[in-house]
Write a protein of this length. Structure first.
Length: 139
């Protein structure tokens, strides 16, 4: 089982990188804009970061991380994940028997779906129909 790298930061949680160069900051902003439109798998994000010459010690989880996120949720799921995607402010984890969509923030709903036969196809469909459509089915 391949796991997504866990953030290498203080035990209290993810801390944002110190000061990034303007070039790196612009590159990360471009990735964030792309994540608003489409989900990207962890390995694809690593490849993009490498192409943009973002330092290798930059933690990809920081691309979507917000100050009020709780690293506990992220760390627990990332330990068990086979594959992980970032999409908007969500982390999509493929676990052994389920897909978990999480915004690692207290009080935020966690969505659990049965594991599909084709994860990439499912993630694309989720991106098209996420948000109000999904929550209307839940309740």
């Amino acid at each position: 089982m391949t796991t997504a790298p866990t953030p290498a930061s203080a035990p209290a949680g993810l801390t944002p990188p110190a000061r990034l160069s303007t070039r790196v900051d612009v590159a990360i902003q471009g990735i964030r804009l792309r994540l608003e439109r489409e989900p990207l798998e962890w390995r694809e994000l690593a490849r993009i970061c490498d192409e943009l010459r973002i330092p290798h010690d930059f933690d990809i989880a920081h691309i979507s991380w917000k100050a009020d996120y709780d690293s506990f949720y992220y760390n627990q799921l990332s330990k068990r994940t086979r594959k992980m995607f970032l999409f908007r402010d969500e982390y999509i984890f493929e676990l052994e028997r389920a897909i978990v969509v999480e915004v690692p923030q207290q009080g935020h709903a966690t969505y659990v779906f049965s594991r599909p036969a084709n994860l990439d196809q499912w993630v694309r469909a989720y991106a098209r129909y996420s948000g109000a459509v999904i929550t209307s089915y839940i309740g």
